[in-house]
Design a protein. Structure first.
Length: 65
């Protein structure tokens, strides 16, 4: 018999939110530096621009031209 794993054991989905709360309360260091957020937004921006242009290649460095 195959058992289905508990999703909470396989993906810590609340860990980042809990870290944010702990950072705000001064209990923990920031586990998600701003550069991670910046790079994520850049990637999404490039993906959206690519999709809007029929799938053309959009390099992240082109976002700032």
């Amino acid at each position: 018999m195959v058992s289905i794993p508990d999703p909470d054991d396989t993906y810590p989905r609340f860990t980042t939110a809990a870290n944010l709360v702990d950072v705000c309360l001064g209990r923990a260091p920031n586990g998600s530096p701003g550069t991670v957020g910046l790079r994520s937004v850049e990637l999404l921006d490039a993906a959206y621009r690519s999709a809007a242009d029929g799938g053309s290649v959009v390099a992240v460095n082109e976002l700032y031209d």
